[in-house]
Design a protein around this ligand. Structure first.
Ligand SMILES: Nc1nc2c(ncn2[C@@H]2O[C@H](COP(=O)(O)OP(=O)(O)O)[C@@H](O)[C@H]2O)c(=O)[nH]1
Ligand SMILES: [Mg+2]
Length: 392
């Protein structure tokens, strides 16, 4: 679903069912992650050996189709294979590109990048530079990948011809590996894993180690997916709260003006009077808007099998738990005190008498309401995180 439509769907869910409804939705999304397929893309330049590699993996672990696309370029669409040790893992033979040398970004953008959770960047000798560029770009995009240098057989063959009687396979391999480790350090790509393979030889070089490593890392990769989904859900709900907050902040001045002008109660110690019941009414409504009413918190806690107490530490606003006239007076007094300290003498002088009191009342109340809205919004965000992060 497009980002905009998810946001509007969430907005209306929030309007109808409040915080409970949107948190419930986020929890359902997280529960679905368990059944999400992990998508691994094999990418690189055409001819590097992607299809051969996928086929080699297939022979030892992929069910379904065989990799019929080896040697057949241009391949137009990604082809999906299943990893036999885990049917929730797919390996994708992704079409290669001829142009990636000039633009690794364009190639990655042409893929549905977000769909893939993990990348195997593959290149033979002639495409090695491309593989490095892609590895860099993927790491910049904060995804994990392996760097796989394919066609080791032909590399060693050419070394053999070059070095003739001096040739030593072990040394040649060690040299190549060191070169790659150095390169990866220089590019700041550590800890990217580097594997040297030949798609023609399953039992040679690093192919078996690659397979083993991949299997071992699958659980961690799945965990990463879950934490990405969690981050995404938290950020969706956080921005929902921020929108609510902005809407309320844009209106505080009206309430401040009304409260300052009706002047029904004086606050002991403050030099102004204001309509505290009006403030009490509005703060209660702010608290409800942010889903912080006790009944809502009880429901949210019970969604994760906990009591209300479990969420209490997240409530840091003065009004999350108690909205009373005396509490409001206290907070206002504190605000007014700060205002006087911060206010300049120049501002004071022309506003003698009534003027001082009215202006100060308005700006103090407005500042106070803004502060209250911001703090309640933060409490709401902390509650959301606490409830969603429970089993993380
Ligand atoms: N010598 C050698 N040739 C390979 C190796 N892997 C693939 N090839 C060959 O390279 C060509 C391109 O391979 P292919 O798998 O189609 O690459 P793709 O375009 O990346 O999918 C084919 O002719 C393969 O037989 C390898 O490890 N060694
Ligand atoms: Mg191919």
């Amino acid at each position: 679903m497009a980002a905009a439509s998810i946001e509007s769907e969430l907005q209306s869910l929030f309007m109808k069912g409040g915080l409970v409804a949107v948190v419930q939705r986020a929890k359902a999304v997280l529960e679905n992650v368990e059944s999400t397929t992990l998508n691994i893309a094999v990418i690189g330049e055409s001819g590097g050996g992607k299809s051969s590699f996928v086929s080699l993996l297939g022979a030892s672990g992929i069910k379904g189709h065989s990799a019929l696309t080896a040697g057949k370029e241009p391949q137009m669409e990604p082809v999906q294979y299943q990893f036999s040790s885990d049917d929730k893992v797919s390996i994708w033979d992704v079409p290669g590109t001829q142009t990636v040398k000039s633009d690794a970004d364009a190639y990655l953008n042409s893929l549905t990048f977000d769909k893939y959770h993990f990348f195997i960047v593959l290149g033979g000798a002639e495409f090695e530079e491309t593989a490095w560029q892609l590895t860099k770009k993927i790491r910049e995009k904060k995804k994990k990948c392996y760097f796989v240098r394919n066609k080791l057989d032909s590399y060693l063959e050419s070394e053999k011809q070059r070095e003739e009687s001096q040739y030593d396979e072990t040394k040649a391999l060690e040299h190549l590996r060191n070169t790659f480790v150095e390169r990866s350090k220089k590019e700041g790509l550590e800890p990217t894993q580097i594997f040297l393979i030949s798609s023609l030889h399953r039992d040679k070089f690093d192919f078996e180690e690659l397979q083993r490593t991949l299997k071992e890392e699958l659980p961690a990769l799945k965990k990463t997916i879950r934490s990405h989904v969690l981050d995404k859900q938290i950020s969706l709900l956080t921005s929902l709260i921020d929108k609510k907050k902005d809407g309320l902040l844009a209106e505080t001045w009206k309430i401040a003006a009304a409260a300052a002008s009706s002047r029904v109660m004086s606050i002991p110690g403050a030099s102004f009077v204001c309509d505290i019941p009006l403030l009490l009414y509005n703060i209660s409504s702010y608290r409800s808007s942010f889903g912080l009413d006790p009944s809502v918190l009880v429901t949210l806690a019970s969604m994760v099998g906990e009591e209300f107490e479990y969420l209490k530490a997240e409530l840091q606003s003065a009004f999350s738990q108690e909205i009373t006239v005396s509490r409001i007076s206290q907070e206002l007094l504190q605000m007014a005190g700060e205002e006087i300290v911060q206010g300049t003498i120049l501002e004071f002088v022309p506003l003698i008498g009534q003027g001082i009191s009215a202006k100060r009342a308005y700006s103090t109340i407005n500042g106070f309401l803004g502060d209250t809205v911001r703090k309640l919004a933060e409490d709401s965000k902390r509650i959301i995180k606490k409830v969603l992060m429970l089993d993380d």
